[in-house]
Design a protein around this ligand. Structure first.
Ligand SMILES: [Zn+2]
Length: 84
């Protein structure tokens, strides 16, 4: 008797947004920016107000990836347009 295969529907995974990593040269650390909407539509550079007090110019495209459920982040925006 054949076993019924468990079908996982990946589309139903909750949406935790996207993470863009950027280096903070002032603190010498890697920071994480959470963005709610898919940032791939516009990959022009953004100006990120870093927790170190400075604003860093960040290139978007190479660092875009899905955020996992419990992944920490340093700052958060709904859309990257807020930083342009
Ligand atoms: Zn910084």
């Amino acid at each position: 008797m054949p076993q019924p295969r468990r079908s996982k529907k990946r589309e139903e995974k909750p949406d935790y947004g996207w993470v863009i990593s950027f280096g903070c040269k002032t603190a010498g650390e890697l920071r994480r920016l959470k963005v709610a909407t898919d940032p791939s539509a516009d990959t022009s550079p953004i100006e990120v107000p870093c927790p170190c007090g400075e604003t860093h110019r960040v290139t978007v495209s190479p660092y875009r990836r899905r955020r996992s459920a419990d992944e920490a982040f340093d700052l958060e925006v709904a859309s990257l347009d807020e930083l342009r």
